[in-house]
Ligand binder design. Structure first.
Ligand code: SF4
Ligand code: SF4
Length: 428
C-alpha cells in the first residue's frame, strides 16, 4: 500500500493570470481534422473507411477491450485518410483524417431527460464515450458502476501551472456545470457532493456558492493553493482525511473532473459526445496566451496560430502536451487535440546540464506517492527491474515534483517514466 508521506505539497507559481480573464477564442475547424486513435496503450479500431461521409457525433472508432470507449467525428465531411501521425503520447498512432465540408451537420442522436434514472445516466455516459477531461481520459461510466459511493468529489482544483480551462468552463457554462453535477450525483447515488476548488479562486467560489445555495448535499470546499492538490489521492485526503490503496471507491469516493460534469450536461441536452474542447494555450513561448474552444482533432499548430503564433523573441522553445509538471514534451506541433486534452504549453527551452546526484533526498521528501525517485532511477540505470518493481515505480503519477525540486537539475521524472515503460513491456 502506498501512503502519503513527506511535505508532498508545494505552492508553485501558477502563471494563471496569462489566461484566467482573457476572452475565449472560438476557433473554427480548418479544412482537415486529425482524430488520434489513442486511449492509453489500447488498440482503438476505426469503424469507418476512406471515402465514408460523416456528420458531427457519428461514431468513427472504438476501443472495445475491458474498457468501452467510442470515438466520434468532430466535423461533418469525408474520411480522406487513416494514417499515422505523431501523438501527445510521444509515438505515432493512427489518426482518422476528415476533410471538413464546413456544413457542421450534426448526427441525429438520442438525448437524455433530466429525470432519467441512475442506470440510464451511466449507460448514456458509456454510449457517448464520456471520459475524464482533466487529462487522464479514464472512461467515466466505469467509476459509476458501483453501489459503494457515499461521497462524490467534483475536482475543480486545476493545480497544474498555466492551465485555466476548467475554471473558464465553469465560469462561462455555470448552468451546464450545475446540471452535470446533479446528474453525477444521481449516477453515483452518493450522500454528499464536495466541489474542491483552490481557495484563491474567490470570484468563482462566490459564483458556485450562489448557484448551489439550494442544494443541501453540495458543499463548495476551498483548498490550499498547493501542488498536486488536484491529484485524486491528495484531494481525497485533503477533503475527507481518508487514504486508500488503489482506487477512491475503496473509501466510498468517486472523483470526477469539473469539465466532465459540463460535458455530460451538454451531451444530455444535445445528444452530442465531446466533439470540442476548451484548451489553455499558454506559456512565454506563445504571443497571446488564451483559452481556445476548438474541435477535437485540431492541431497544436492551429491553436498556437490562433494565439498569435510563437514568441519570436525566444530562439528555442519547448512544446508541451498539457502543463509543465505532468505534460509530455513533444517535438512536432502537428499533434492533435484528443477529447481529454486540456492544455498546450510553450516555454523557453532551457539547455540544462544536470549535475551529479547529491543524495539530498529532496525528491523522496516531496514525492506525493511516497516513492523513492532517486533509488528507482538508480535501480533502473543498473537494469535491476526487480528492484524497480519492488520500489513501486508503477505507482508514480508523473507529477513532475521530483524533477522540480532536484537541486542537481536531474530529469528524475523522465527516468521514472522510462522505468515504468520498461515494467509495462515486461508484463506483455
Ligand atoms: S513524478 Fe513520480 S516519483 Fe516523481 S514526485 Fe511525482 S509521483 Fe513521485
Ligand atoms: S533530489 Fe536530485 S540530487 Fe537530491 S537525491 Fe533526488 S535525484 Fe539526487
Amino acid at each position: 500500500m502506498t501512503f502519503l508521506v513527506g511535505p508532498m505539497q508545494m505552492h508553485l507559481d501558477g502563471h494563471k493570470e496569462l489566461t484566467a480573464h482573457n476572452e475565449i477564442i472560438e476557433l473554427k475547424p480548418k479544412e482537415r481534422v486529425y482524430v488520434p486513435l489513442l486511449h492509453g496503450n489500447a488498440v482503438v479500431k476505426p469503424l469507418v473507411n476512406v471515402g465514408d461521409k460523416v456528420k458531427i457525433g457519428d461514431r468513427i472508432a472504438c476501443r472495445d477491450d475491458h474498457f468501452y470507449v467510442p470515438f466520434f467525428a468532430p466535423v461533418s465531411g469525408e474520411v480522406v485518410a487513416i494514417e499515422k501521425h505523431m501523438s501527445c503520447a510521444l509515438k505515432p498512432v493512427d489518426h482518422i483524417v476528415i476533410a471538413n465540408d464546413g456544413k457542421d451537420e450534426k448526427a441525429d442522436l438520442a438525448t437524455l431527460d433530466e429525470e432519467a434514472k441512475r442506470d440510464d445516466i451511466i449507460d448514456f455516459m458509456k454510449d457517448k464515450g464520456l471520459v475524464g477531461c482533466g487529462g487522464a481520459g479514464f472512461p467515466t461510466y466505469i467509476k459509476y458502476q458501483t453501489d459503494k459511493c457515499s461521497t462524490l468529489i467534483i475536482n475543480a482544483v486545476e493545480c497544474e501551472p498555466y492551465i485555466t480551462a476548467d475554471a473558464r468552463m465553469i465560469e462561462t457554462r455555470m448552468d451546464d456545470f450545475y446540471r452535470g453535477v446533479k446528474a453525477l450525483i444521481k449516477a453515483s447515488n452518493c450522500r454528499e457532493c464536495l466541489i474542491g476548488i483552490k481557495e484563491n479562486k474567490t470570484e468563482l467560489i462566490a459564483l458556485l456558492k450562489e448557484r448551489f445555495k439550494d442544494e443541501a448535499m453540495v458543499k463548495i470546499c476551498p483548498l490550499k493553493d498547493v501542488y498536486p492538490m488536484g491529484w485524486e489521492r491528495t484531494l481525497v485526503y485533503a477533503l475527507l482525511k481518508k487514504r486508500y490503496d488503489k482506487l477512491p471507491i475503496e473509501v466510498g469516493v468517486i472523483v470526477s473532473n469539473a469539465t466532465t460534469a459540463i460535458m455530460l450536461a451538454q451531451a444530455m441536452t444535445s445528444g452530442l459526445p465531446i466533439y470540442e474542447k476548451m484548451v489553455t494555450v499558454s506559456g512565454e513561448g506563445v504571443k497571446n496566451p488564451h483559452n481556445v474552444l476548438c474541435r477535437v482533432g485540431t492541431t497544436y499548430k492551429e491553436l498556437i496560430e490562433a494565439c498569435g503564433g510563437y514568441n519570436e523573441n525566444i530562439s528555442k522553445l519547448a512544446l508541451i502536451a498539457g502543463g509543465p509538471m505532468m505534460g509530455n514534451t513533444v517535438t512536432k506541433d502537428e499533434v492533435a487535440i484528443t477529447p481529454f486534452a486540456n492544455a498546450v504549453t510553450v516555454l523557453k527551452y532551457e539547455d540544462i546540464k544536470p549535475l551529479a546526484c547529491l543524495r539530498c533526498g529532496a525528491c523522496i521528501d516531496h514525492c506525493p506517492s511516497g516513492l523513492q525517485p532517486v533509488n528507482i532511477n538508480k535501480a533502473f540505470k543498473a537494469k535491476d527491474l526487480d528492484l524497480v518493481k519492488k520500489l513501486k515505480a508503477q505507482d508514480c503519477i508523473e507529477c513532475g515534483m521530483c524533477t522540480y525540486v532536484c537541486p542537481s537539475k536531474i530529469a528524475v521524472t523522465e527516468g521514472i517514466r522510462r522505468a515504468k515503460r520498461s515494467l509495462a513491456l515486461l508484463k506483455k
